[in-house]
Design a protein around this ligand. Structure first.
Ligand code: WTA
Length: 650
């Protein structure tokens, strides 16, 4: 928490009130906060009533900490609410998804068209033997078919498990096996920064050790044979071929509010990713309500969230939240800097994007690429900006405000997690002023506080971020490991308080500033990576004896990964080995986990009881004055490491 990135945040005093015209007409008003505070359960119940239920609930909440059930006894279907619900009115022929490929090709699917695709695909996977409760892995580039596959699973009650397309085959294998998926939906490839991403080939490597998979459905991204891939007869099927035979009538399965909608794996403090479990009713109510108010959604908006569907942001705020609201979602396949660095602004101009939601890492890259790029484009269609995934430094906030928002668009800084399912802390854009670097207040219906180690509330000052009351879109458990669920999230204080794993500061106006992770989880470019995962990947290489991974401040990525590695036997570390190990981690986990720096050391600093002292390593990695070394078994080790690090830097 003493990170230099935050030192300027602490002095931040600028306040930006919502533009009067925006405030006057805002979807989320100050009264909403009062309404929710007066009766939070009624607030959620009212919003649940805006959706369509096959059967009403008998009880809004059943809370047996740490287990919550929302809308008990209610039955509904998420795909019905995202699609069918809109077909009877004027949204029928409204664009649901406008997609653009990296090479410029465009596709638009109206709600009616998307509904038909989803029904066809739902029938297609049914014919492959997928039934309610089965798990379906989805490993896709940013294609419309990713959305179709997710919604089709939701339609028939299959549980999707989306794995980010940038993850390695090993990561895919683990995630498929942990939840024993029956089929995998993937694509032959996609385009990324002008290069072909051969996803099916990657998937094939994973599929060598996934006994639960019966079939692989492959979306053809381009022309026949444009993306090299081999199809294994009997197992692999082309998406377009199975779609041809599939009937279009597909009744949406009546799901219990607490039936599982999806599993999404995320990094934790051990080497094994956690399968976060979200259910049907609460998740939909949460994402529907937060999309509506945080993004101030209107019928005429073109809403663009730049996340990948492989992350929770893609699930909640590309697919489920916006579509439940009947919004028009823009979806882009490729890189922000292809063919040129102004691609995003070209898209905003051409598609008249009105709401733009991205990550601070991206904003810092835009800053580096220069003010003249957005200035070349007409961005006047924008009316609201958002950020998610990491703390935003005020400098980046101001740049976004001035260069993208022309000082006229409110910025919503949204704090939430894979576990929370939906946005938890963010100032409603028309109802509260924004302060750069602050996410702001908990949303209506959400009870967030800052606590000290003992669980006492810190009214103003820094501590641990906690949620004191259950909320509809909260995770219900970890797939196959309820005890880890309880331990990780509900054991810090009294058993009913959710521990978020983040540090936070609350100012005198009650604004929350998120200070970053307090556990062994890094946030690299807005992506969560467990230090233990990277360590496991490193020691998996036979040359490595021991590894300790820490984060260091990184100008663009927020945090970078630094690995301290001791080698087996008499091996000497050189530049070549360094590259090899970086490559090894990228291959084991995915390119996002490639260490920024590897430092070879004969010994790693340990306590007398043999624990690696990460805090000391963090100090070394960030060139800070050394912390407490009194428990260190051999104090000279740290000095040696420091010299090694400085040599490397110098
Ligand atoms: C971080 C992403 C500061 C935080 C939606 C959290 C943020 C983790 C913000 C969750 C924000 C997310 N300001 N930090 N606005 N939003 N974080 O599960 O550390 O991929 O715990 O969910 O990202 O990452 P996850």
């Amino acid at each position: 928490m003493s990170d230099p990135v935050f030192s300027d945040l602490l002095k931040e005093e600028r306040v930006f009130a919502p533009p009067p015209a925006f405030a006057a007409d805002a979807v989320g008003t100050p009264a909403l906060y009062q309404r929710a505070a007066a009766d939070p359960l009624k607030f959620w119940e009212d919003h649940a009533s805006e959706l369509e239920w096959f059967e009403p609930w008998q009880q809004v909440l059943d809370w047996q900490p740490p287990h919550a059930q929302w809308f008990v006894g209610g039955r509904l279907n998420v795909s019905h609410n995202c699609l069918d619900r809109h077909l009877a009115g004027p949204r029928r022929n409204k664009a649901a998804i406008i997609w653009e490929g990296e090479n410029g090709e465009q596709r638009t699917l109206t709600y009616l068209q998307l509904h038909r695709q989803v029904c066809h695909f739902a029938n297609a996977i049914k014919s492959l033997g997928v039934v309610k409760g089965d798990r379906v892995a989805i490993y896709m580039p940013m294609l419309v078919e990713a959305a179709v596959a997710m919604l089709a699973c939701a339609r028939i009650g299959a549980i999707h498990n989306v794995v980010f397309g940038g993850f390695s085959p090993d990561s895919l294998t683990d995630r498929i096996n942990d939840s024993r998926c029956k089929i995998l939906v993937t694509a032959d490839g996609g385009w990324r920064r002008g290069k072909q991403l051969l996803l099916k080939n990657e998937a094939d490597l994973a599929l060598a050790s996934t006994p639960s998979i019966d079939h692989v459905v492959v979306v053809r991204r381009g022309a026949e044979d444009e993306f090299a891939c081999t199809m294994r007869p009997g197992r692999d099927l082309w998406y377009h071929e199975i779609m041809l035979d599939a009937p279009v009538e597909c009744r949406a399965e009546s799901m219990d509010a607490e039936d599982v909608l999806f599993i999404l794996y995320t990094s934790g403090t051990t080497g094994k990713p956690k399968g976060i479990v979200h259910t049907t009713g609460g998740y939909l109510v949460g994402t529907y309500t937060t999309s509506k108010y945080v993004f101030d959604l209107r019928e005429t908006d073109i809403y663009w969230c730049t996340a990948d569907v492989g992350w929770i942001t893609g699930h909640s705020y590309i697919i489920y939240g916006p579509l439940a609201n009947g919004a028009t979602v823009f979806m882009y396949e490729g890189a922000p800097n292809y063919p040129k660095h102004d691609r995003f602004w070209k898209i905003v101009e051409e598609h008249q994007v009105s709401i733009f939601y991205t990550a601070p890492t991206a904003i810092r890259a835009f800053m580096k690429w220069g003010d003249e790029l957005p200035a070349r484009h007409d961005l006047s269609s924008l009316r609201l900006l958002g950020t998610v995934g990491e703390p935003i430094n005020p400098e980046a906030w101001m740049w976004y405000h001035q260069n993208i928002g022309s000082e006229r668009c409110p910025i919503v800084d949204t704090w939430w997690q894979t576990e929370t399912g939906g946005i938890m802390i963010a100032n409603l854009p028309g109802a509260k002023p924004q302060k750069p670097g602050f996410a702001g207040h908990p949303l209506p219906g959400i009870s967030a506080v800052v606590l000290d180690e003992d669980g006492s509330e810190i009214a103003t000052g820094s501590g641990l971020l906690a949620i004191t009351q259950p909320w509809p879109s909260m995770l219900r458990t970890l797939w196959g490991d309820d005890e880890r669920f309880r331990q990780t999230y509900f054991s810090r204080w009294d058993g009913s308080i959710y521990f978020a794993g983040d540090g936070a500061k609350r100012d005198k106006d009650g604004y929350f500033m998120i200070l970053g992770r307090v556990d062994d989880v890094l946030n690299v470019s807005g992506h969560r990576i467990g230090t233990m995962e990277v360590e496991s990947a490193l020691v998996d290489n036979p040359v490595v004896a021991e590894a300790a991974v820490v984060g260091c401040a990184h100008e663009l990525k927020g945090q970078g990964i630094v690995a301290f590695v001791s080698l087996r036997g008499k091996l000497a570390g050189d530049e070549e080995l360094r590259d090899k190990l970086k490559q090894h981690v990228a291959k084991k986990i995915g390119a996002i986990a490639r260490p920024e720096e590897i430092i070879f050391a004969a010994d790693l600093p340990k306590t007398r009881s043999g624990k690696i002292m990460r805090r000391l390593l963090r100090d070394v990695a960030e060139g800070r004055a050394l912390g407490d070394t009194t428990t260190l078994a051999d104090p000279a080790v740290v000095e040696k490491l420091r010299t090694l690090y400085e040599d490397k830097e110098g």
